[in-house]
Design a protein around this ligand. Structure first.
Ligand code: 5MM
Length: 340
């Protein structure tokens, strides 16, 4: 089983490919659709996801897709399951299995991600539905007096228990401890908190006997808070991110697939590219972007069937730019050239 998990994890981070995070919960996708004036219904969510899974981007630049519970059970208009569309493109279907970040008792301002109860049974069902990897997101906010060691420990423990349950059920866990970029803190504070969180997460993964070779880490990059007075250069973000990862993530982990966290599309691409250009990395680095891959196609689509081709082209373009970045071959002048 270990070899099977390792093979899947390596495929998820194979050269020039990354992960499409399309696992927005119903409330999150509603927010995205509200922004483009589209009503969020079961059919509109299906139509939107179907257009992405049928785009050219899928074959060349996407190794796996993270789905939401509703999507893994949905069928395209012609009756083909959305899971089959993903598999036919040569990508791996994955599933978000956490039940969301909820206010943590006695820890004001902090959250704990829920969803461990009955998870083993759900994973068995998701495996039968075609999922070969899963995702669980812990959310760590930076603010006055937070994060606290208690909340970080609880979230890291839950991540490790989830990862162990995944591996026992032949599913590769994506371990996502996201330090949010909300707030006005500087880049040093993001570094310090991320370093602490990752140290605790890897200690818990060890305690829970998780095989590092059969998992993928999905971390934030080291960036200043969105409202910080001093923003960082692309080079600084790349250097600080690689530095913190080298000091916390064992080389046994096959790959690190970043979240975009609300960065501008092109910044998320430029940061990844700059990290790859630094070279001398013990693990693969790639993308597992939600917003930074989907903002452009959502805008181009706007819920209209006549815009499907334009939305697919916008998605393919962003995916191609990020694929080049994951190879360290991106440059800003390529942004103007639409994907072939
Ligand atoms: C795609 O959004 C994911 C689901 O979010 P909710 O559970 O809040 O609906 C989210 O976990 C996402 O996979 C990660 O945050 C990475 O996405 P970004 O947009 O930060 O790259």
């Amino acid at each position: 089983m270990k070899a099977e998990l390792e093979a899947i994890a390596q495929k998820m981070v194979s050269d020039g490919k990354g992960i499409l995070a399309a696992d927005e919960s119903t409330s999150t996708i509603k927010k995205r659709f509200d922004a483009i004036g589209v009503e969020s219904t079961e059919d509109s969510r299906r139509d939107y996801r179907e257009l992405m899974f049928r785009a050219d981007a899928m074959k060349e630049y996407i190794s796996g897709v993270i789905l939401f519970d509703e999507t893994i059970r949905q069928k395209a208009k012609d009756g083909t399951s959305l899971v089959s569309l993903i598999e036919k493109a040569g990508a791996i279907p994955g599933i978000k299995v956490d039940a969301g970040a909820k206010p943590m008792a006695l820890f004001p301002g902090e959250t704990i991600t829920e969803g461990l109860d009955g998870l083993g049974g759900r994973l068995k069902e998701y495996y039968d539905l075609g999922a070969r990897f899963a995702k669980w997101r812990a959310v760590i906010d930076i603010g006055a007096g937070i994060p606290t060691p208690g909340a970080v420990a609880a979230n890291a423990h839950a991540l490790a228990r989830y990862a162990a349950l995944c591996q026992e059920n032949r599913i590769v866990p994506i371990v996502e401890p996201e330090v949010l970029m909300d707030g006005d803190h500087g880049i040093e504070r993001c570094y310090e908190v991320t370093e602490y969180v990752l140290k605790v997460v890897f200690s818990e993964l060890y305690q829970q006997r998780v095989a590092l070779e059969g998992m993928v880490l999905k971390p934030n990059m080291i960036v200043p808070g969105k409202k910080a007075r001093t923003q960082a250069s692309i080079a600084e973000v790349a250097e600080q991110t690689v530095r913190v990862l080298k000091s916390t993530v064992p080389a046994a982990v096959p790959g690190i697939a970043f979240l975009s966290g609300g960065q501008a599309d092109e910044d998320a691409t430029a940061h990844l590219d700059a990290m790859l250009k630094l070279g001398n990395l013990p693990w693969k680095l790639t993308y597992s972007y939600g917003r930074a891959l989907q903002a452009a196609p959502q805008k181009a689509w706007a819920g209209k069937s006549e815009n499907v081709a334009a939305a697919q082209a916008a998605f393919t373009h962003r995916a191609r730019m990020n694929s080049l970045a994951a190879l360290g071959r991106w440059s800003a002048d390529l942004e103007g050239k639409k994907a072939a």
